[in-house]
Design a protein around this ligand. Structure first.
Ligand code: SAM
Length: 231
């Protein structure tokens, strides 16, 4: 299976802290509104069938549900999914959470979603191209797929590894493996090979001191990519 057990263990051990906005998941809480708005702007989520791949504790899944989407969230970290399900009791939102790999789901229910999101997940799997292919197979022809990940260059290493994990201690050490970071051109190539047309690549600027973030043309550290499945 396309999974790194050490990665799942890492996320499972921290699962109980997922919804604490001042925990190791603070950066995800801080960037969630802007990425959610970006997805909403390009899809109009109301009534759409959406799959959130590597959904974790459900920050994005629940956010999309508040916009009226019918969301399915999948992840392979069991404890994380348990936290996601538990949080629904508190929020009153409805999300269908499932413990299944994206590749297995693509075999079961191909071409069934209007929108597929896969944010901050590709850099945690051994074979990102396989995830991208499965996401493509799961979205309907003409539907949109959204990815986000970390670029691979010295600046990204400085900010995402040295800065975030060692200097600021925003994230636990070992959260990110630099070798798994993906250059935008590589991600675009994976997308094209899978049968997607890339429609936008945009940078995400995050200031951990002010906790502010914005979309930017600078894709050197965090970036988002939007693509449409070819008919
Ligand atoms: C950094 S978190 C991102 C969570 C969520 N997508 C977000 O952006 O708020 C990465 C997530 O990917 C999940 N993950 C890692 N490898 C996976 C795999 N092979 N299949 C499904 N999920 C995986 C982890 O369990 C974790 O929940």
């Amino acid at each position: 299976m396309n999974v790194d057990p050490a990665e799942l263990k890492k996320f499972s051990e921290l699962a109980h802290r997922w919804w604490d906005p001042n925990s190791e998941f603070k950066p995800l809480h801080d960037i969630n509104p802007i990425r959610l708005e970006w997805i909403e702007r390009h899809t109009r989520l109301q009534g759409k069938r959406v799959l959130d791949v590597g959904c974790g504790g459900g920050l994005l899944s629940e956010g999309m549900a508040t916009f009226g989407a019918k969301v399915t969230g999948i992840d392979l970290a069991e404890k994380t999914l348990a936290v996601a399900k538990l949080h629904l009791l508190e929020s009153g939102q409805a999300v269908d959470y499932q413990l299944i790999s994206v590749e297995a789901m693509a075999l079961q229910v191909p071409a069934s979603f209007d929108v597929v999101t896969c944010l901050e997940m590709l850099e945690h799997v051994p074979n990102p191209a396989s995830v991208i292919q499965a996401c493509t197979n799961l979205v309907k022809p003409g539907g949109q797929v959204f990815f986000s990940t970390l670029n691979r260059n010295p600046k990204a290493w400085l900010f995402a590894v040295l800065g975030a994990e060692y200097a600021l201690k925003l994230l636990p050490r070992g959260t990110h493996d630099y070798n798994h970071f993906i250059k935008p051109a590589e991600l675009a190539t994976y997308c094209r090979r899978a049968g997607l047309t890339v429609t936008e690549v945009v940078g995400l600027n995050y200031n951990p001191f002010t906790r502010r973030c914005s979309l930017t043309s600078d894709t050197q550290v965090n970036y988002l990519l939007r693509a449409q499945r070819n008919d």
